[in-house]
Design a binder for this molecule. Structure first.
Ligand code: SF4
Length: 469
């Protein structure tokens, strides 16, 4: 923990003026008033992904859907192969189909090309649903996606759902919302009112915001099965069109990734009366607390007893390994820059489990309540920032002497250039970080990267004290 409270003025030196309100120091003069959930400042190279990417994150794991990107080929580079979502069945989602718009289409419009692409794909793949993603160019030229999709749906007798995700219409959060609207359209036509919860499914839940990276949804589903809870639908990890349509039959929605799925949970509460709760299966503390909260919701003493047994068994099993890593990692310093606020909150707790001090924490799409919690749990002196750019991340990691950055694909090169260890906590990874097994994987990965001998030979090594060029 940093004892001295840094001077806000010092931190604000050399920052772009409009960015100052999006950065604060815990314990500094400004008290927990962080600007967030706003558009990026023009001219800043924000680390945020675009609207289309936000939508694709949420919908891509629908395994039996055709994902058709209406735009230039570059936007379609986002495919399964750069994501870690696993499927137990269809592999159709691994494709990223594109209308490959060219200059002529931009001048004369791309609607006919889009209609032809849908016809061809439906004929070839016989999928139950097509998601058609709008990209920046489509927003600019004004193709009427709604009309093309409606006509194609009538022609083929399946759902063809436009996703209004032109890259410039907002930030990544707008993409999450566009994807949730598309999911609601997928569910709604067959479920105008909530079907009664079947008495045999009274203990069933929908699990929102788990994208089954490296099989994480399967791990959590198994924990829940062991305590007597049935997972009705996962949004959207390893999901299929027809399971998603059963979502209104669950008794409870639990949300792991609140940034992307809180809106869907709120809408499902309004439409179908399903209550929701936030959970987190990242780290030992949050996994145990989440299992207890779910069991408490159902007011079932047997379930609560089974949850306690599972927590005890799993905690005892991982304790020796966790203690071994903790002994080697104590008092190292970590920086966090991730997509959503809830993940950042869990990561602070996870680093504490390992004896690591968090010196910087930020997110792309955190909300005010997330930053209030982050501010509350962070140590004095921690830099807290929203929608950062690479120059800010470099500066604060260097000033704070971070040994490790946890982030996504865009942060990895920055960490390596600074001679700092890196953990990928985004959708690109291929090993699970959820649940008890994930907590040990995380600890092992932190240990292996922080304690790697490579940092002795990297420029700027030695606790991230970057010497500059
Ligand atoms: S939608 Fe726009 S910002 Fe997003 S990848 Fe495509 S061109 Fe880039």
């Amino acid at each position: 923990m940093s004892a001295a409270v840094p001077n806000d003025q010092l931190i604000n030196d050399h920052l772009i003026e409009e960015r100052e309100s999006s950065i604060l120091i815990k314990g500094g003069q400004r008290k927990n008033q962080l600007k967030c959930d706003a558009d990026s400042i023009a001219g800043c190279i924000s680390q945020r992904a675009c609207v289309y990417c936000g939508a694709r994150v949420v919908l891509n794991p629908v395994t039996d859907a055709i994902h058709l990107v209406h735009g230039p080929i570059g936007c379609a580079s986002y495919t399964w192969d750069i994501r870690g979502s696993l499927s137990s069945g269809s592999e159709l989602y691994r494709n990223s189909f594109s209308t490959d718009l060219k200059e002529n289409d931009i001048i004369f419009g791309g609607e006919k090309k889009l209609a032809r692409a849908i016809d061809e794909l439906v004929q070839k793949y016989k999928a139950p649903v097509v998601f058609v993603y709008a990209t920046c160019v489509v927003g600019v030229i004004g193709d009427d996606l709604e009309a093309v999709c409606k006509k194609a749906a009538q022609k083929h007798g399946i759902q063809v759902i436009p996703v209004q995700s032109s890259g410039f219409i907002g930030n990544k959060s707008a993409g999450y919302r566009a994807a949730c609207d598309a999911l609601l359209r997928l569910i709604e036509p067959r479920s105008a009112a909530r079907p009664p919860v079947n008495k045999y499914r009274i203990k069933s839940i929908n699990y929102l915001g788990d994208f089954n990276l490296a099989g994480e949804a399967w791990i959590i589903t198994e924990y829940l099965r062991q305590i007597g809870v049935e997972v009705n639908v996962v949004f959207t990890g390893d999901s299929k069109c027809n399971n998603l349509q059963k979502a209104p039959g669950a008794a409870l929605n639990i949300i792991q990734c609140a940034g992307s799925m809180a809106y869907l949970a709120q809408r499902m509460e309004e439409l179908y009366g399903i209550p929701y709760m936030r959970v987190s299966f990242l780290g030992l503390e949050d996994t145990s607390a989440s299992l207890r909260s779910i069991a408490a919701f159902f007011k079932d003493l047997q379930m609560q007893r089974r949850a306690e047994e599972l927590i005890r068994r799993e905690t005892v099993a991982v304790k020796p390994q966790m203690e071994g890593y903790r002994a080697k990692l104590r008092h190292k310093k970590a920086a966090i820059y991730v997509g959503g606020g809830f993940k950042a909150i869990s990561l602070i707790k996870q680093f504490r489990e390992l004896g690591i001090d968090v010196v910087m924490v930020g997110t792309q799409t955190g909300r005010e309540e997330d930053y209030q919690t982050l501010h509350h749990i962070a140590d004095n002196g921690t830099v807290i920032l929203d929608d950062a750019n690479p120059s800010e991340l470099e500066r604060f990691m260097t000033e704070k002497g971070a040994h490790l950055l946890v982030g996504g694909v865009k942060e990895r090169p920055l960490a390596y250039k600074l001679g700092v260890a890196f953990i990928d906590h985004n959708h690109d990874r291929k090993h699970p970080l959820s649940g008890y097994v994930g907590a040990v994987n995380f600890a092992r990965e932190v240990h292996d990267t922080v304690c790697s001998p490579v940092w002795k030979y990297a420029r700027g090594s030695g606790g991230g004290i970057y010497a500059g060029s």
